[in-house]
Ligand binder design. Structure first.
Ligand code: JFZ
Length: 434
């Protein structure tokens, strides 16, 4: 079993939307009037409400939420168009998060949105159809390791902090029952019903229940139904399989982690727009668009993707601060997208003044200089770059930029007109391959 799927569409896409949406979006981080304190992850409320005194919501109490899930504003086309207009090329949604609740009419478990809520619709199916209509690739997040609803699913891997309770995990036999009765058949259902382009499994550490055999089994279920469907490293290969990540198609960083150097195969960072993945009614720490753009450019210049999360509200609306950021990013991508899509890393050392992405175009190479702090008349150097510098221009405006070859470097002189204080791009055409 090895990495054979074609990941070119993924690396060329560079930018996708991640959505966390489910029953947890109803309480949105607050339970019985108390903001959950262990961390800001609203989608963990079932495990973390009442922490540290008495963490956890009993199933019958949590399942009262089933009666309330009826998102009258949910419109799959609106979500997918927000992603598309932000410049995102793919869309990933939590089909089943740790609470075990399925966002599609699963025949495997009645604990699903179509059968157990007044909403009664197929969220995954409607989003899959909208992705097809708008030319966006579809992916599903599936919590294969933790499942707090089905007997045998793993519970929070605690203690992690001093106040965490000691959690008694299921036996291997009990987990095997969950694995064969719920996990594997539900993953098969998702692939067979909606033909996703990729799966995003969620393990992040050594886990005795994710044995090499089970990891291979789960990869096998995906690949048997769809050899092109990509599988990520957070299926658990990094920590739980002797052959490691060469068994999977792309690497998923820890949340909100932006490495200075990525692995030598497809990789991505998933990141929140504030501090929570699921909608959190008390989380106002929204990251500025400048920061989100820099995450995108940092990863793209290092050969990685950026998956930016949205936590829709229980009624199906996307929070206003998310909408604004998506549309600001979309405006930047509308004029600078060619400096991101389908680009590759530049062999030059990463400069202090910003980042460089590169595209080979026939006999010429185009270097995209993402300038982080523009200063009029500043001279920027691209070190150790081959080829003859031909022209340079501000990508957004077309304004000509002074460029010269100096030994094994190329330098440009910035004009005084800066098109975008956050990140401005200068395109340098170089004859011959850099
Ligand atoms: C996991 C989930 O628990 C979380 O709810 C969300 O879906 C996120 C995308 O993935 O969160 C993690 C996983 C690993 C770490 C932190 C959060 N970690 O190891 O630091």
């Amino acid at each position: 079993m090895a990495r054979e799927a074609d990941t070119r569409w993924f690396t060329e896409a560079r930018f996708g939307m991640f959505v966390h949406w489910g029953l947890y979006s109803i309480p949105a981080g607050v339970w019985k009037g108390q903001v959950v304190r262990r961390n800001w992850y609203a989608e963990w409320i079932r495990a973390q409400a009442g922490w540290p005194e008495k963490p956890g919501i009993p199933k019958d109490e949590y399942d009262e939420l089933l009666k309330e899930f009826n998102p009258r504003h949910f419109n799959a086309d609106e979500w997918i168009l927000e992603a598309k207009n932000a410049g995102m090329k793919y869309f990933l949604i939590t089909a089943k998060h740790h609470d075990g609740f399925a966002m599609w009419p699963s025949k495997v478990s009645r604990y699903n949105v179509a059968e157990a809520t007044p909403f009664g619709r197929d969220v995954c199916g409607e989003l899959a159809a909208a992705c097809k209509r708008h030319g966006i690739r579809l992916g599903f997040y599936y919590s294969h390791w933790l499942d707090w609803e089905y007997p045998g699913g793993c519970l929070p891997p605690w203690p992690k902090q001093p106040e965490d309770p000691v959690v008694r995990q299921p036996s291997q036999e009990a987990f095997e029952r969950y694995w064969t009765e719920k996990c594997l058949p539900q993953v098969a259902e998702l692939i067979a019903s909606y033909d996703p382009a990729f799966m995003w499994f969620d393990n992040w550490e050594k886990a005795e229940h994710l044995t090499p055999g089970r990891i291979e089994q789960l990869i096998g279920v995906v690949k048997k139904l769809s050899s092109s469907c990509l599988v990520n490293s957070r299926i658990g290969t990094t920590w739980n399989h002797p052959e490691g990540d060469k068994l999977v198609d792309y690497f998923s960083m820890y949340d909100n982690t932006f490495p200075e150097k990525g692995p030598d195969f497809a990789w991505e960072t998933s990141a929140t727009m504030n501090r929570s993945w699921g909608y959190h009614q008390a989380d106002f720490e929204w990251k500025p668009t400048r920061q989100l753009l820099r995450h995108l450019v940092d990863n793209a210049s290092r050969g990685g993707n950026f998956q930016l999360n949205i936590g829709p509200m229980a009624d199906g609306r996307i929070p206003a601060p998310s909408i604004r950021r998506l549309r600001e990013i979309g405006a930047w991508m509308a004029v600078n997208g060619e400096a991101i899509y389908g680009t590759q890393t530049c062999p030059s050392p990463e400069p202090a003044w910003g980042r460089i992405t590169m595209r080979r175009d026939g006999g010429k190479t185009i270097l995209y200089l993402h300038v982080y702090d523009w200063k009029a008349d500043a001279q920027l150097t691209i070190e150790r770059i081959a080829g003859k510098a031909v022209t340079a221009r501000v990508l957004e405006t077309g304004q000509a930029v002074q460029v010269a070859r100096e030994g094994d470097s190329i330098s440009i002189t910035l004009p005084k007109e800066c098109p975008d204080e956050r990140i401005a791009v200068v395109a340098v055409e170089v004859e011959g391959a850099a």
